[in-house]
Each structure stands twice: as structure tokens, then as C-alpha cells.
Design a protein around this ligand. Structure first.
Ligand SMILES: Cc1cc2nc3c(=O)[nH]c(=O)nc-3n(C[C@H](O)[C@H](O)[C@H](O)COP(=O)(O)OP(=O)(O)OC[C@H]3O[C@@H](n4cnc5c(N)ncnc54)[C@H](O)[C@@H]3O)c2cc1C
Length: 365
């Protein structure tokens, strides 16, 4: 069920429930079209969209759940239903952010828009500039044109050709920036990230959108062990910023990082109660994640994530993004849905009263 059918006249793409974003991009890019997926192209269209979907195109097109026109859902009673604004609108509301709680989505129909290439900038700064980067990002991203996407991160430098060889394996604070406006304005669009601090390494170029969406794929091969924590941030105060440099620089390897994704631009065009995704009013979604191969590292890697999360949580909301929850976050489900939780339990009772779909961030009917 990985097929993707694009209708370039209607500007829609229908993706099977098992498609990855890589499958989706491959089909839509042929027409110079795209809709919001995540940061990694090996993730599924199904799970990521049901969680909400935060990605490169969020500021321009909204969350992944803001792009669907409809979905085909097999509910717990075995019925095949269409969920859309016109048919089963309560189910359509709930699957846009409510996770896998309401049925098996056999296909999604998305509205797609012209996005062919992105002007991409990767900027590596010395760790002493972490505070400068986070403060600049906070002030700049608030009103930046919607053609921009960007997020700061802490990252161990992989052996990339544009990173000086003697700095491979060192940790940096990094800005990942992209521009989907006119490509001839891309070079100028990167300038603010050059001005903010000296760069140890920098790469700026035009990439086809699927290349951008797949840039981190190699860091998360299939079967890798992982642990995550996520937090929504309403306001990135100076105190919140100070919590990062104590932990981010200790990221143990290139597959361990903190990304601070902006939730603004088109994501703010809807209100928190318009879809099940309750935290549109947040300004950022932070994710702290570690991925590793060797089971002997389980305790150490989880501890790095937990310690980092503990440091930022006093400056964050109680709820976090559903897609960034670890298996020990089951007690946070209600917090993650905030004011939308009561309505979600009602829809759950209507479509899955026996809680057939419970191996997830579970909404108890
Ligand atoms: C490497 C990596 C990077 C990520 N980056 C991002 C990101 O940039 N943005 C973001 O928003 N999230 C991101 N996530 C989190 C992502 O939203 C969740 O991990 C999501 O569950 C992935 O869905 P999947 O279909 O790939 O996974 P699966 O393991 O296949 O599914 C996870 C769960 O989703 C539900 N589900 C999946 N497909 C369906 C379907 N068709 N019908 C009904 N239920 C379904 C089920 O409950 C299932 O147990 C990332 C995850 C990983 C592993």
C-alpha cells in the first residue's frame, strides 16, 4: 500500500497508508509539487500525518494535517469510511493529530502546491555561539517570510566534504535553513545566518526538495535503537536558552541531537481546536533524540536525553508532540492533547469503543 497517485490538475496526491515520504516525494516531485512531510524521508506518511506532521514546509503550508483533503479509514467495526470536511467530519478532525487511535488509514488525499527546489544552507558555528544562534533564531523566525524554514540544532559533525577534515567528529551548534521562494533570491536569503557569527563550515546550494527531505536519512537506518523526548515551547526566554548549552554540546554522536522546530507561519492559520493537534499556539516544538546500534549504550543514551529534557522542561509546556514521545511517556497523553482531549475521547467512544487500536499513545474511550 505504498502507491502515490498525483493529479496535477486538481493539485492533489493520494498516498497509500503504507507509503513513506520518500515514496510520496518521488511521485509529487515529478510534477514540481509537494506538501508538508517531516525531516526524514524514511518515516511513514501514515504515522507522521496522524501525529500532526512537523517538517520543512510547515511555515509555508502548515502541518501535514493541514494539507489532507480526505482520508479513507477502516474503523474498528470493519467499515470503510471516508473522513473529510463533508463526511464523518468528527473522524476527520480526530485523525488530524490524534495518532493511530481511530482506525487504519488506507489512504490520504493531500492538497499539494508547487515546491520543486529549495535553496539550502547548513551553517556550523563554534559552541560558544550557541546562545547567539538561539537568540537570533527566536527573534528572526517570528516574522520571517513563509518561504523560509529553519531550525537550530546541536550536532557532532559527520565527515561531510564541506567540514574541515580536522573538525570531523567535533560538536557544533548548527543552523539548517531553507528557502522555497525564487531560487535567484536564495543566496541573499542565507545572509542573516552568515552575519550572526563566524562559521566553521558552511554549505549553500539549490537542492531538489526530495534531497532536502532525505538529508538526514542516513543517520537513522532501519532497526536502529532510539529514545526521544519532546516539549512544546510557548516562549523561548533567555532562561530557556541558557538551559541548552549545558546539554546540547554533550550529544554523544551524529545520531543524537536537539532540534528546535518553529511552529508558526501557516501552522498558525488554524486555531488549536480546528484539528486534534492541540498546540498550534506553541511557538516551537523541541525534540531531543538519540539513536544508536549497540544495546550496551541503552542506559547512557537514554540518560543524556532525560537529563537534557529535565533541563528544558521548566521552560516548556507540560504537553509535547505526540510523534516525539518515548514509550515511557504514556502518562502524558492527556497533556499532549490539552483542551482537545475530552472531544477526542468522545470520538474514540464513537468509532472504537472497545479500544481495538490501543498500541499507540492511547486515548482511552
Ligand atoms: C527518524 C525519525 C524522524 C522523525 N522526524 C519527524 C519529523 O520531522 N516530524 C514529525 O512530525 N515527526 C517525526 N518523527 C516522528 C513520527 O511522527 C513518528 O515516529 C511516526 O509514528 C512515524 O510514523 P511511521 O508510519 O513511520 O511509523 P510506524 O511505526 O509504521 O507507525 C507508528 C504508529 O502510527 C500509526 N500508524 C502508522 N500508519 C498508520 C496508518 N496508515 N493508519 C493508522 N495508523 C497508522 C500506528 O499507531 C503505528 O503504531 C520522526 C520519527 C523518526 C523515527
Amino acid at each position: 500500500m505504498r502507491g502515490v497517485h498525483v493529479d496535477p490538475r486538481a493539485l492533489t496526491a493520494r498516498a497509500g497508508g503504507g507509503a513513506t515520504w520518500g515514496d510520496y516525494n518521488y511521485a509529487t516531485h515529478a510534477y514540481g509539487l509537494a506538501s508538508t512531510g517531516g525531516i526524514v524521508s524514511t518515516t511513514g506518511v501514515g504515522g507522521l500525518t496522524l501525529n500532526g506532521g512537523i517538517g520543512y514546509l510547515t511555515r509555508g503550508q502548515g502541518l501535514s494535517i493541514d494539507c489532507p483533503a480526505s482520508a479513507e479509514v477502516v474503523t474498528a467495526d470493519g467499515q470503510v469510511r471516508t473522513a473529510s470536511a463533508e463526511e464523518n467530519p468528527d473522524l476527520f478532525w480526530a485523525i488530524r493529530g490524534g495518532g493511530g487511535n481511530f482506525g487504519v488509514v488506507t489512504s490520504f488525499e493531500f492538497n499539494v502546491r508547487p515546491v520543486k527546489d529549495a535553496y539550502v544552507g547548513l551553517f556550523f558555528y563554534e559552541l560558544e555561539h550557541a546562545g547567539d544562534l538561539l537568540r537570533f533564531f527566536r527573534d528572526w523566525i517570528r516574522d520571517a517570510p513563509r518561504e523560509y524554514g529553519a531550525f537550530p540544532a546541536f550536532r557532532v559533525a559527520p565527515p561531510l566534504p564541506f567540514v574541515p577534515e580536522d573538525r570531523h567528529g567535533d560538536t557544533f551548534c548548527v543552523a539548517i535553513v531553507h528557502w522555497t521562494g525564487p531560487m535567484d533570491e536564495g543566496e541573499k536569503a542565507m545572509q542573516p545566518f552568515r552575519d550572526l557569527a563566524p562559521r566553521v563550515a558552511e554549505m549553500c546550494d539549490v537542492w531538489p526538495y526530495p534531497q532536502l527531505n532525505g538529508a538526514f536519512d542516513g543517520l537513522f537506518p532501519k532497526g536502529i535503537r532510539s529514545y526521544w523526548k519532546g516539549a512544546y515551547v510557548m516562549e523561548l526566554t533567555d532562561e530557556a536558552i541558557e538551559a541548552h548549552p549545558a546539554h546540547g554540546p554533550h550529544a554523544p554522536d551524529a545520531s543524537s541531537t536537539m532540534h528546535l522546530y518553529p511552529i508558526n507561519g501557516a501552522a498558525h492559520d488554524l486555531s488549536p481546536s480546528d484539528t486534534a493537534f492541540a498546540y498550534r499556539s506553541a511557538t516551537y516544538a523541541a525534540v531531543i533524540l538519540s539513536a544508536w546500534q549497540d544495546p550496551a549504550l541503552d542506559v547512557e543514551r537514554r540518560q543524556w536525553v532525560r537529563d537534557y529534557y529535565d533541563a528544558i522542561s521548566p521552560h516548556s509546556e507540560r504537553g509535547g508532540y505526540l510523534g516525539f514521545m518515548a514509550e515511557d511517556d504514556a502518562d502524558k497523553v492527556e497533556d499532549n492533547f490539552a483542551g482537545n482531549y475530552p472531544r477526542l475521547t468522545e470520538v474514540k467512544r464513537a468509532y472504537d469503543p472497545g479500544n481495538l487500536f490501543r498500541l499507540n499513545q492511547n486515548i482511552v474511550p
